[in-house]
Design a protein around this ligand. Structure first.
Ligand SMILES: O=C(O)CCC(=O)C(=O)O
Ligand SMILES: [Fe+2]
Length: 789
């Protein structure tokens, strides 16, 4: 494992799971499958004796995680199995409505392309899904257009996007476009054949066809119309884009450019033997075979270049911010030109710019003619870093200079840098709102393997595969929402109304939310639209991201249905309170249905438990409700829509607790360790199959006590006393409310922090309904006989 080794001694009858666990501990990494020398994935509960011959070998695989960056206000998570989860306050609502917010719907994602405000993903079968709009106007328009072309989107191999439009290349070389592409559909349909590549700037597209000709569309003056240069556009093999123009590199080394602010007539003669083109927001720089550089376009950029032209020899690499260029020469020196706010002036650090290995650019946010700033960071061969450009954008790294040693790699957002050091630490500087301040997460930034930047935030993958994200927008979000109180207060008025026998009189409780609340939500949404964040799941199970304590999201469960609200109560275990899941008449009807069916609750016995079990462990009465009942079916469907676990829920169960009754601290998953002698249970747990989540909703609560409590929340150890609810995270069993929590991690590992209890009812009665969902579809698990642990 990256050169690390560990000696483990295990008896022949030790399980494969045990081997993996021990290896994980010893190496400090997450390991997924254990594979025999013949390539068979070994099942967890098999023994080593069965799996390996004497002197034989097994390999243990480490799951590689990757991160995908996103545009300004959105974020993309890549699940361990190549599926994707995208997320933000705006996007989430849409994704969840479509039902493929889960990793299931979007499996095998090949790539994701972000336009300014939305995403498109190519799925494994070559079809395309899109999501995420910042404004309703965009959304309506884009959705409509997408629906019109969706059927044509098969066998897609590449997608490109401008701010407002998408273009997808199909394997037969045809192109499908949607969004604001200009009203030229007929021409495009005719011209867009045999396309091999597409390049996009902010508002126009340029496609290279297999014969090297070019087809353009989109905003005409920004490159969407190439008629003026059309006869020169042949044998093109590469196109670069500024915000509003294109430059095409031909096989013969000539360059042709068109669009806004990109007049190349002054330099056309020099544009020969070009090897590479780099673009700032509005200028191009071409690196020629002889190591010189030619610049055109942009305001004042050609003049700036003129001044340094003598120095531009033996150039190896060109980098650009939005309004400046920097080149590394063969001898490791650096030459810069362009706006000093963007790093065009490096004179004050020239003495240090020796032996430069590579340059990273915080491009800056600039629109042509507008204000903005950017910076460069050069990584030297000795692992130190030199920066210049706008101080606030990372041009000034003096605050962290001493820490910038043995740097291996630098990443940049639009206005900040993060350096990964050899020792796995991360050093950040630059604009705090762009990730330049990582102090909030600094203690976690150890053993970092990889950093990734979006436009405004960073994410780091650690050696143990966890992901840490930072970027000050996230902090804003937190501050604006505030850390919610986790103990939900029960209002005494409501409690009184809910007496068991006067069901029919139960009034529908109305949420009394003041106007202040609404205002707060608007603010939160605004904050969210500015946030960039990367979230990542491993293993392909969709879990609602907990985000932070008090985080609220509204999930729409279909047309006309009221949205359900989830609020994060704990990050580990992941626990949400749920509002608006079932209404009063539904709850009353469920209770009525359950009443005649109630039996003493059972627990699935562990191997070493006496047959009659411990009576005080689970003392409630309960009933599995008939799945044929229309109401039961409705509720179960709704729970599947909410939790995105289609076809994997057990029958709905209703529980009644009377005074003194409880459910002591326990786990809802089945720990294979406890069922070694019960093959019928073990058989259901192969491939990390288990109970993924539990959703409880409270039907009636005249009870004192009876909370659902999580002893291990916030890092607490397993409780010594399984009945002591006093200091645990508690969710009151309040009528109409619900709680949703995950018993497993996304990859199927048991989350022991999900330990929970139904606290003792002191007085009155507690009625709740319970939905357990598995992480894998398996007919047998619907067998109500396989009861709770
Ligand atoms: O009743 C409760 O609050 C907890 C119930 C529970 O843990 C379960 O049914 O698995
Ligand atoms: Fe439970």
């Amino acid at each position: 494992m990256s050169g690390r080794t560990a000696d483990l001694e295990l008896p022949p009858d030790a399980s494969v799971a045990e081997l993996r666990r021990r290896a994980q501990e010893a190496l400090g990494v997450n390991l997924s499958s254990v594979v025999s020398s013949t390539g068979v994935i070994l099942q967890d509960q098999g023994t080593l004796a069965e799996a390996v011959e004497d002197g034989g070998s097994v390999t243990v695989h480490k799951r590689a995680k990757s991160l995908a960056a996103a545009s300004i206000a959105q974020f993309v998570a890549i699940c361990g199995n190549g599926s994707v989860e995208s997320y933000n306050a705006h996007v989430a609502a849409f994704v969840e409505k479509r039902g493929w917010g889960s990793c299931q719907g979007l499996t095998n994602v090949q790539c994701v392309q972000a336009s300014h405000s939305s995403f498109a993903a190519i799925l494994g079968d070559g079809s395309v899904e899109v999501w995420g709009w910042l404004s309703d106007v965009d959304k309506g328009e884009m959705q409509l257009q997408f629906q019109q072309v969706k059927e044509q989107l098969q066998n897609v191999v590449q997608i490109q996007a401008t701010c407002r439009a998408f273009a997808a290349i199909k394997s037969d070389g045809s192109v499908v476009t949607w969004g604001q592409t200009g009203e030229e559909r007929t021409r495009l349909q005719h011209d867009l054949k045999d396309v091999s590549q597409i390049q996009a700037n902010h508002t126009a597209f340029a496609a290279i066809r297999k014969d090297g000709s070019v087809v353009t569309w989109g905003e005409a003056e920004n490159g969407g119309n190439s008629a003026m240069v059309q006869q020169k556009l042949f044998r093109v093999h590469q196109i670069q884009a500024t915000f509003h123009a294109f430059a095409a590199l031909r096989e013969d080394g000539h360059v042709v450019s068109w669009g806004d602010l990109c007049d190349d007539s002054m330099v056309q003669e020099q544009l020969t033997d070009v090897r590479q083109i780099q673009a700032s927001s509005d200028a191009f720089a071409a690196l020629k075979g002889d190591g010189t550089v030619v610049v055109w376009g942009g305001e004042g950029m050609e003049d700036a270049w003129d001044e340094v032209q003598d120095e531009l020899t033996q150039v190896r690499q060109i980098q650009a911010t939005a309004d400046a260029f920097a080149v590394i020469r063969e001898d490791g020196s650096v030459v810069t030109w362009g706006s000093s706010d963007f790093g065009g002036d490096s004179s004050h650090v020239q003495a240090h710019l020796k032996n430069v290995q590579c340059i990273q650019a915080a491009v800056g946010e600039s629109f042509v003619g507008g204000e903005g700033s950017g910076a460069f960071a050069a990584l030297l061969k000795d692992g130190s870093v030199v920066t210049w450009g706008d101080d606030g954008c990372g041009g000034d790294s003096s605050r962290v200079q001493e820490q910038l040693v043995h740097v291996e790699h630098i990443q940049a957002t639009l206005c900040a840098f993060a350096a990964l050091r050899e020792d796995g630490a991360v050093v950040t500087w630059g604009h705090p709102e762009y990730g330049g301040d990582s102090s909030r997460v600094q203690e976690h930034l150890r053993h970092v393997r990889h950093i990734q930047a979006s436009e405004k935030a960073f994410a780091a993958i650690l050696d143990d595969e966890t992901v840490v994200t930072w970027g000050s927008d996230l902090d804003d979000l937190r501050e604006e929402e505030g850390e919610e109180e986790v103990m939900l207060e029960e209002s005494p008025e409501e409690e009184q109304l809910d007496d068991d026998e006067d069901w029919m009189d139960e009034p529908e409780e109305e949420e009394e939310e003041g106007e202040g609340q609404e205002e707060e939500e608007v603010q939160t949404a605004e904050a969210a639209s500015r946030a960039s964040l990367l979230l990542l799941f491993e293993g392909g199970e969709f879990l609602y991201p907990a985000v932070h304590l008090g985080f609220r999201r509204s999930v729409a469960l279909g047309l006309g249905a009221q949205a359900v609200e989830l609020r994060t109560l704990s990050l580990r275990p992941v626990v949400f309170s749920v509002e608006g899941f079932a209404d009063g008449s539904e709850r009353r009807a469920l209770k009525k249905l359950a009443k005649p069916l109630l039996k003493k609750s059972e627990v699935r016995q562990f191997d070493n438990h006496p047959a009659d079990g411990d009576q005080s462990f689970r003392s409630s009465w309960s009933a599995f409700l008939p799945a044929e009942d229309p109401l039961v079916r409705l509720i179960m469907n709704r729970s599947q829509l909410l939790t995105k676990v289609a076809g994997r829920v057990e029958n709905l169960q209703v529980m009644r607790y009377r005074p003194g009754q409880q459910y002591q601290a326990h786990w809802d998953f089945f720990d294979p360790e406890y069922f070694k002698k019960q093959p019928e249970v073990l058989g259901r747990l192969t491939h990390r199959r288990n109970r993924l989540l539990t959703m409880l909703f409270y039907l009636a609560s005249s009870a004192e006590g009876g909370q659902t409590a999580f002893p291990m929340a916030y890092g607490a150890p397993r409780p010594a006393d399984p009945e002591d609810c006093s200091s645990w995270l508690q969710v009151p069993a309040k009528r109409g409310k619900a709680v949703l929590f995950y018993n497993l991690h996304a990859d199927g590992r048991l989350d022991r922090a999900s330990n929970h209890a139904g606290c003792k009812v002191q007085a009155g009665e507690k009625w709740s309904a319970n939905i357990w969902a598995w992480n894998s579809k398996n007919q047998e698990i619907m067998d109500p006989d396989l009861d709770e642990l």
